[in-house]
Design a protein around this ligand. Structure first.
Ligand SMILES: Cc1ncc(COP(=O)(O)O)c(C=O)c1O
Length: 395
């Protein structure tokens, strides 16, 4: 391994959101970015761009579009044409502009919960109603797994449901949906003449032997109604640079979306372009190393939680560096994230804002040096023991 993922890098002084939200003794395992330095080629590209010294308007050019198309071919054998790509300044912007493009002021978007909270606002801030369907929770001992409930999904659809907001790999439950699962839900959307907006920002963060299938690759009929949102930001830890893109193969849908994007001048900046190009040109080997490191973190996390947190159930993510813990059997008064913040000095995401099925849960981000992850888990364990919620166990 050439990248030192074990390095502890001080982040508070940079104004980093995750590390400045809490008091100095709190370990934040929250916001979905990673406590790892970005790959060397990205740092070099940014330094070169800074050394140039001029920072005027800069547009994404054909070379960036070509890099995206080449990556789709290389990774998924997916043929994408440069004109089918729309560059964006971030993925949340994309989610929001999809709703802006499709809203008629009274139609609805549907999504499975729990889900990344900005999905809800993306729909409602443009006058769409946000409909939700809880994912089906399957419990196997202390392990949680989520599946789509197609019957409930179909029963929730109305004539005005025009958009499926889909998250794959799924934040927070860490599922990487299979081709068959995608086909089943996609076929319903085809039948109901719905657009699919597939947020695939976590598509490279694959644990173990997981493979990602872009929703649009499942069938030509699905591709024809699909807006795929992707980004280098999670993969290469450059979320502060604002870089993302949409792939839309249906010409009419693409024109509609592009018009909305252009109407609000949603443009990527020059630093985002420089980092993006370096990421997609030079950094495939870094992703392999990253996923190996994260997979090992995931396995150690699993071992620790199963051995030491008997009343807590957890997902074991197939993708993403996020786990989702069911703390409902702990018997804690109030939200569990408050308990861990106060007593363990570990910050976790509160499950409630993730929608139905989130209350009593917390989200844990393990994309950090291993020593930090272990420290967070040990602090959580000590707090549970101290509160008499679990017995001290030998490890
Ligand atoms: C599923 C999902 N979509 C979008 C985003 C945010 O993307 P961006 O920072 O490009 O707006 C996140 C960040 O955590 C996410 O998990």
């Amino acid at each position: 391994m050439t990248h030192n993922f074990d390095e502890i890098i001080e982040r508070r002084s940079s104004g980093c959101f995750k590390w400045t939200q809490y008091e100095a003794d709190v370990l934040p395992m929250t916001v979905a970015d990673m406590d790892f330095r970005a790959p060397g080629p990205i740092l070099e590209a940014l330094q070169e761009r800074v050394n140039h010294g001029l920072f005027g308007y800069e547009w994404p050019r054909d070379d960036l579009l070509q890099l995206i198309c080449q990556r789709m071919k290389r990774v998924y054998n997916w043929t994408v044409l440069p004109e089918e790509v729309v560059i964006l300044p971030g993925l949340r912007v994309g989610l929001s502009l999809v709703s802006a493009a499709l809203s008629d002021g009274s139609n609805a978007a549907i999504t499975f919960t729990p889900v990344y909270p900005p999905f809800f606002g993306a729909a409602t801030s443009h006058g769409m109603t946000s409909q939700t369907v809880p994912l089906k929770l399957i419990t196997d001992g202390a392990i949680l797994r989520y599946e789509m409930d197609l019957e409930r999904f179909t029963a929730t659809l109305t004539k005005s449901t025009k958009l499926l907001q889909f998250c794959n790999p799924q934040n927070p439950v860490g599922r990487s949906f299979t081709v068959e699962e995608l086909r089943q839900i996609g076929d319903i959307c085809v039948k109901r003449d719905m657009v699919i907006c597939s947020d695939e920002i976590h598509c490279d963060l694959l644990m173990g032997d997981t493979k990602h299938t872009p929703f649009a690759c499942v069938s030509p009929e699905i591709s024809d109604r699909c807006i795929t949102l992707m980004s280098p930001s999670k993969t290469f830890n450059i979320s502060g640079l604002g870089a993302a893109y949409a792939i839309i193969q249906n010409q009419e849908l693409r024109h509609r979306f592009k018009k909305t994007v252009q109407g609000v001048h949603a443009e990527i900046n020059m630093a985002g372009i420089a980092a993006f190009k370096a990421a997609y040109t030079y950094c495939d080997p870094w992703v392999v190393e990253l996923c190996q490191y994260l997979s090992r973190n995931r396995d150690l996390y699993q071992e620790f939680v199963l051995n030491n947190f008997p009343q807590i159930k957890t997902t074991i993510p197939e993708a993403t560096y996020l786990t989702w813990l069911d703390c409902r059997q702990l018997g804690i008064a109030g939200p569990p994230y408050e308990f861990f913040l106060k007593n363990a000095r570990v910050a976790l995401n509160d499950g409630a804002p993730f929608g139905e099925g989130g209350e009593g849960f917390v989200r844990f981000n393990f994309a950090c040096p291993r020593s930090q992850m272990i420290m967070a888990l040990e602090r959580m364990q000590a707090a549970l023991v101290q509160a008499g919620l679990v017995a001290q166990r030998s490890r």
